[in-house]
Design a protein. Structure first.
Length: 386
């Protein structure tokens, strides 16, 4: 299940409503969503891929992912954050296959080691399906014969800095190996989730050593997710079930347009994961699987600059895209000016992005605020620029 509905506002002016970040080739010849599908295809055939996006992006996604079933590229009538999007996927797949295990993946991440990435996902699937871990999570309470596992797996990234733009996972007891009946390296029970802490708290998390960044990649059964939504989003879950029941019929689009806007606007983290891990009381069936495969979410122009500098190591960390360039006494700059000659003289740590109709000038330090430009353009109704 690939989530591809965001606008990528921090990559303005290159990213627009109908050409968002996931549709851009920011790391090679393939676009971000094409790369996402390509590295997952060894795990499942194209007919088992689903994409949740929006009406602005669906035509371009269909063109870029021509091998995927068109009906499984679903456009939300309005944006309602990740919980309704992921929840709709759960109820759709629950109707098709009650035993389905779903991997949820953002469409705009970079993965350096794809083999390790797929191996980690395979381990996550085993944990998600493990009835022994589910029984352990209930402190050994007896289960019905053949009762399914109710495990939730989140892929956690070991932090290398006190980043305030990511959510954090606090890891508790280590599990795995033969003791838990799962042939995987160790994972950890989740104690709690913390969404985007301030700088002081982020530094304390990194120093503690048992915290991971929340990658936004999850593995769980359709049944587990559906049950969690019924419990924590009692008003939204019935709406999603009714929408899913109409899928494949003539009335699907009408039902979707009518009911989806009534769903709560909330992320899956706030809706399910954080309530289950509140005060450490209910996180027993949530597991963090450490992910060591060169992950980067390319969240800003600064992150893109750092990613490419690490790969190509240009002189003085200047990354210039243009028809020609001149660099003098400059370092740590990112300039995107296709079709133009770029001269960079006596500056440090700047970001310049030029398109036919817009120009962005900022610093690497302030690139996280580029999304505020898009907010301003929306408020001023300058639709041609967004």
């Amino acid at each position: 299940m690939i989530l591809a509905g965001g606008r990528g506002t921090r990559f303005w002016p290159l990213s627009r409503k109908k050409r968002a970040k996931q549709l851009l080739a920011l790391d090679g010849k393939q676009t971000m969503i094409q790369q996402t599908v390509a590295r997952l295809l060894p795990l499942a055939p194209a007919k088992k891929f689903w994409v949740i996006t929006n009406g602005d992006l669906r035509p371009a996604i269909l063109k870029q992912l021509a091998k995927l079933p068109k009906a499984q590229v679903i456009a939300e009538p309005v944006g309602r954050n990740t919980a309704p999007a992921i929840g709709l996927a759960a109820f759709l797949l629950l109707r098709q296959d009650p035993e389905a295990v779903i991997g949820m993946f953002p469409s705009d991440h970079v993965i350096a080691d794809e083999r390790a990435y797929r191996a980690t996902i395979a381990r996550g699937v085993e944990i998600a399906k493990s009835p022994l871990l589910a029984k352990e999570a209930r402190n050994g309470a007896p289960t019905r014969s053949g009762a399914p596992a109710e495990n939730i797996v989140v892929l956690g990234i070991k932090p290398n800095r006190a980043e305030t733009g990511y959510g954090y996972i606090e890891a508790g007891e280590a599990i795995g190996g033969s003791r838990a009946g799962v042939a995987t390296p160790h994972a950890w029970r989740v104690r709690r989730f913390t969404e985007k802490p301030d700088a002081e708290k982020a530094a304390a998390f990194v120093a503690a050593g048992n915290y991971f960044w929340n990658s936004g990649m999850f593995i769980w059964s359709a049944r587990t997710l559906a049950n969690a939504l019924r419990e924590h989003l009692a008003k939204t879950a019935p709406l999603l079930e009714e929408i899913a029941a109409a899928f494949g019929t003539r009335k699907f689009e009408a039902v979707f347009r009518k009911l989806y806007p009534k769903c709560e606007n909330i992320s899956i983290d706030y809706a399910v994961l954080e309530p289950r891990s509140a005060k450490g009381e209910r996180a027993a069936n949530i597991f963090c699987l450490p992910a060591d495969f060169g992950w980067n979410d390319l969240g800003s122009w600064t992150a893109l600059h750092e990613h490419h500098v690490a790969k190509s190591r240009p002189d003085n960390a200047n990354l210039i895209h243009g028809e020609g360039m001149f660099i003098l006494n400059a370092r740590d700059n990112y300039v995107h000016a296709p079709g133009k000659f770029a001269a960079v003289v006596g500056v440090e740590g700047i970001v310049v992005v030029a398109t036919d109709d817009a120009l962005l000038v900022t610093t690497r330090q302030n690139a996280q605020d580029v999304g505020k430009v898009v907010k301003y353009l929306d408020e001023k109704k300058l639709h041609r620029l967004v």
